[in-house]
Design a protein around this ligand. Structure first.
Ligand SMILES: [Zn+2]
Length: 471
């Protein structure tokens, strides 16, 4: 396995907002039929210009031609461009037809909106808002392996007809899911490479004014809060709630757990967090790509070759406005005072700040500043942890589907998201190359909010897309 390097210098990448909804599914008819769709839906007025289009796991037709989907369930989305769609998607018909058996399934998906969310699935791509509706095609639809024709027809209120069709490759799963259902990722913040008896991470915090050498007791208090915050960010990125495919599935076959402590009973990949990049390349993270999560107990802690996360390298972002605003009040060089240098700082005053924050009344100005730095640092570090854990779980397989998932094969693109043309992604996704993500985005304060997996990445994590190992 070759190493995957993640560098995170600053750059301004375009961002997409991905807010979504899911529909309900109604199967109207299940019939064996050989009659071509055109007999029933043909006609000269049908608009096939792409205003209605089929996507798989969020990936457009041009990109997803070679994707293999498992019989046990997958996600299809419909994208509507400049179409007036009723909330209940009346007028929409989806027809699936097995090319092998000729069996046809007609679906009128009513895309019932989830409670509390009042709009259609809306995303922007390069600042162009589009409407998207998701459909989870479940296992119990009885889809056999083989080629499946999908035709989607939407008739708007004025009687205009829009259509898209494509063929989808369905395969039986190749054995077990790529990621073990018992997989644990252990983020080890206690690593002490320099043997001074204290976690290297505490020393990292001094670079950001979040600790000072004379007050290890305060470093511990701050480190604990950053660790919790970062772990929450990781868990959020991997939860179904943040599934960009919006499947609405309560259960998925694959669920990875994340821990800041050891779990001897499970298959555990250990990723150490602390120190600066021993290779002097200023990488924030350096975790090997593990295709299909083959090594479920890998150790990402070594110095030679260097592996792990190196929080000290977050200093790379020191020119960012958010960085200066956040850490300036804690850095002597900017006229600030580091944690432990201010008379009010104590274990009592700095413990559990998040829990005690009740707006302007709950905390002192000093406490608010420190809490802000904990939050921003924790969220940015958490995004990088989620990204590096993605590498350890096999993201992003290099090459095109079905062998890869549009992961780059060389340089900074290696094991990171690219598109069908080999270009970087305009949308700020979690598994984009590190140099394409800036500090604001890592902290979840970019236009897209907290970084998410690209839908195709997420489908892999949940075993809803088949990656073959044949090259
Ligand atoms: Zn990376």
């Amino acid at each position: 396995m070759s190493p995957s390097s993640t560098r995170f210098p600053i750059s301004g990448a375009a961002i997409a907002v991905f807010v979504g909804l899911v529909g309900g599914l109604v199967i109207l008819a299940l019939a064996a039929s050989d009659s071509p769709f055109a007999d029933r839906f043909g006609g000269p007025r049908i608009d096939r210009s792409g205003r209605l289009s089929i996507h798989l796991n969020g990936v457009s037709q041009r990109m997803s031609r070679d994707i293999f989907l498992p019989t046990k369930g997958w996600v299809m989305q419909l994208q509507f461009i400049d179409l007036s769609i009723p909330q209940d998607l009346e007028g929409l018909v989806v027809i699936l037809r097995s090319e092998r058996t000729g069996a046809t399934i007609e679906i009128q998906d009513r895309f019932l909106l989830q409670a509390g969310n009042g709009a259609h699935h809306e995303i922007t791509i390069q600042d162009q808002p589009i409407q998207l509706a998701s459909l989870t095609v479940p296992r119990n639809l009885g889809l056999a392996a083989g080629l499946l024709s999908v035709r989607v027809i939407f008739t708007d209120a004025s009687g205009n007809i829009f259509e898209d069709s494509r063929r989808i490759r369905i395969r039986s799963p190749l054995g077990l899911p790529p990621i073990s259902v018992r997989q644990v990722i252990h983020f080890d913040f206690e690593i002490d490479h320099d043997d001074d008896g204290l976690p290297d991470f505490w020393k990292d915090l001094e670079l950001f004014g979040l600790a000072s050498a004379e007050h290890p007791e305060l470093a511990r208090v701050i480190a604990n809060q950053i660790e919790s915050r970062a772990l929450l960010r990781v868990e959020a990125a991997y939860t179904a709630e943040h599934d960009p495919n919006r499947t609405g599935q309560a259960r998925d076959p694959v669920r990875v757990r994340f821990r800041a402590t050891e779990d001897p009973s499970a298959l555990t990949t250990r990723i150490c967090i602390g120190g600066s990049d021993p290779t002097k390349n200023h990488l924030v993270g350096h975790v090997r790509l593990d295709p299909q999560n083959e090594d479920k107990t890998s150790q990402e802690c070594a110095r030679e070759p260097a592996a792990g996360l190196f929080p000290a390298e977050l200093e790379t972002y020191r020119d960012s406005a958010l960085y200066r605003e956040t850490f300036g009040p804690l850095l002597a060089g900017s006229g600030g005072q580091a944690v432990g240098q201010h008379p009010d700082d104590s274990v009592a005053s700095l413990s559990n700040l998040q829990d005690r924050d009740r707006g302007s009344e709950g905390l002192s100005r000093r406490q608010v500043k420190i809490l802000r730095a904990i939050t921003i640092f924790g969220d940015a570090l958490g995004s990088i942890m989620a990204h590096e854990a993605g590498h350890a779980l096999g993201l992003v397989p290099e090459g095109r589907p079905s062998v890869g998932l549009f992961g780059g094969e060389t340089g900074g693109d290696y094991a990171h998201n690219i598109d069908a043309l080999g270009e970087s992604q305009p949308t700020a996704w979690l598994m984009n190359a590190g140099e394409d993500l800036n500090f604001e985005q890592l902290a979840g304060l970019g236009k897209a909010g907290p970084l998410q997996f690209r839908p195709l990445n997420y489908a892999y994590l949940r075993d809803r897309v088949i990656v073959t190992d044949k090259r």
